[in-house]
Design a protein around this ligand. Structure first.
Ligand code: SF4
Length: 337
C-alpha cells in the first residue's frame, strides 16, 4: 500500500495518522556487557564490519530523515560508546539543523572516559542502563564487575549541567528487581536522576522470555507505595514512561510498561539498525533496507520514497500479549532501545 499523494510530501506519517518525529539509531550491535536478559555469556554473532554503516552513511540517512520531519534522534547500540570515535558521530549529527534533540542510551561503562567529548560534541540528554545498585548483583546480571565504573560515568556526565535530564533505566525482572526497588528510590530521591523501571520484553538473545517473568510497573509501584506516597505527573505526548514524583521530599520515578500498559496509540518512533535497516516498530518482523540503495547511489529523493513507503506501513501496535505473537528475528542488542 502506498502513501496517498498528500502523504507523499510533507512530514512523515503512517497510515494510522501518527506523525513520526523520533528516530532511534543503533550505531553498533556489539557490547562490552553480557546482560542475562539480553544476550548469552558468549555474546552474539556480530555483524561484519563492512555491513555496518559508516558515520558518513548514518549522517546522510539522518539528514534525509530530518528533512522528512524527524527532530529527535536517540543513539543506541549494542553499546554505542564501544564504537570507536563515537563522539565524532555525535558532532556530525549535531550539525544537522533539523535535529532538535540528540540523546544517548549507554550502559555507562565508558562514560567517564567520554563525558567531556560527548558534551563538546553536543549531546543533549543521556540515559544510563543500570539494573542493580548492589555490586555483586550488578555483576550477576551483567556478567561484569563494573558498577563502580558505571557510577563514576554517571557522575562524570552529571557534572555537565547542560546535559539534562539524565535518566537511569533499570530492566525489571521478577524475583530480582523487587530487592532493588528501594535502593533505586533512594537514588531518585537523593539526586536529580529520573529513575525508570522497564518491563522485560521478548527481545532476549536466548529466547527465554515468558509473560510470567514480567514484573509489571504496577507491581513495582505498589511495592514502592508501601513506603512512599507517589503522585502521578501528566503524561507527555508520545512518552514511553509514566512518571510519578515522591509526595514527600524530591525525586521522580517512572515506569515503562510496554507489556502490561502498551503505549503504541501515539507512537512516533522508528528505528535504524547498525546495518542500515529501517524498523517501524520495536517488534517489527519486517525491515526495509536503506543501506543497499544508499550504497547503490540512490538520490535523497529516492531514499525519501523508500522511507515514506515503509513508514506508511508502520504497525499499529505490538502483539506481545496476543496468541500467536512472533518475536522479531533480531534481538534487543541488534535493535537498540
Ligand atoms: S511497540 Fe512498536 S508501536 Fe508500540 S510503542 Fe513500541 S515501537 Fe511503537
Amino acid at each position: 500500500m502506498k502513501p496517498r499523494d498528500q502523504e507523499a510530501t510533507g512530514p512523515l506519517r503512517d497510515a494510522h495518522g501518527r506523525a513520526i518525529t523520533d528516530l532511534r539509531v543503533s550505531v553498533t550491535d556489539r557490547c562490552n556487557f553480557r546482560c542475562k536478559y539480553c544476550m548469552p555469556a558468549e555474546g552474539m554473532p556480530w555483524l561484519d564490519r563492512a555491513d555496518v554503516l559508516s558515520f558518513e552513511e548514518i549522517e546522510r540517512l539522518v539528514r534525509v530523515l530530518g528533512g522528512l520531519g524527524v527532530t529527535d534522534v536517540r543513539l543506541t547500540g549494542g553499546e554505542p560508546l564501544a564504537r570507536r570515535e563515537f563522539p565524532r558521530l555525535v558532532a556530525m549529527l549535531r550539525g544537522i539543523e533539523t535535529i532538535r534533540d540528540l540523546s544517548l542510551t549507554t550502559n555507562g561503562y565508558l562514560l567517564e572516559r567520554d563525558a567531556a567529548a560527548l558534551v563538546d560534541a553536543g549531546i543533549d540528554r543521556v540515559n544510563v542502563s543500570i539494573d542493580s545498585l548492589a555490586r555483586d548483583r550488578f555483576h550477576e546480571v551483567t556478567r561484569r564487575d563494573a558498577l563502580p565504573q558505571v557510577l563514576r560515568g554517571l557522575e562524570a556526565i552529571a557534572a555537565h549541567e547542560r546535559v539534562r535530564p539524565i535518566k537511569v533505566n533499570a530492566v525489571a525482572m521478577r524475583d530480582f528487581t523487587e530487592d532493588e526497588v528501594f535502593r533505586f528510590c533512594e537514588l531518585a530521591r537523593s539526586s536529580d536522576y529520573q529513575v525508570r523501571f522497564i518491563e522485560f520484553m521478548p527481545l532476549d538473545g536466548d529466547r527465554s522470555w515468558s509473560a510470567d517473568q514480567v514484573l509489571t510497573g504496577a507491581e513495582i509501584r505498589e511495592l514502592i507505595e508501601t513506603r512512599h506516597e507517589l503522585v502521578a505527573t501528566p503524561r507527555e505526548p508520545h512518552a514511553t514512561a509514566r512518571v510519578y514524583r515522591f509526595a514527600q521530599g524530591g525525586g521522580e520515578i517512572g515506569f515503562i510498561n510496554p507489556v502490561s500498559e502498551p503505549f503504541c496509540a501515539d507512537c512516533n518512533r522508528i528505528r535504524m539498525t547498525a546495518d542500515g535497516k529501517l524498523r517501524t516498530c520495536l517488534f517489527s518482523i519486517r525491515e526495509t533496507d536503506l543501506r543497499e540503495p544508499l550504497r547503490a547511489g540512490a538520490t535523497d529523493a529516492e531514499l525519501d520514497r523508500v522511507i515514506r513507503d515503509a513508514v506508511w506501513r508502520k504497525e499499529l501496535k505490538h502483539r506481545v500479549n496476543e496468541p500467536g505473537f512472533v518475536a522479531p528475528p533480531r534481538t534487543m542488542s541488534a535493535i537498540g532501545g
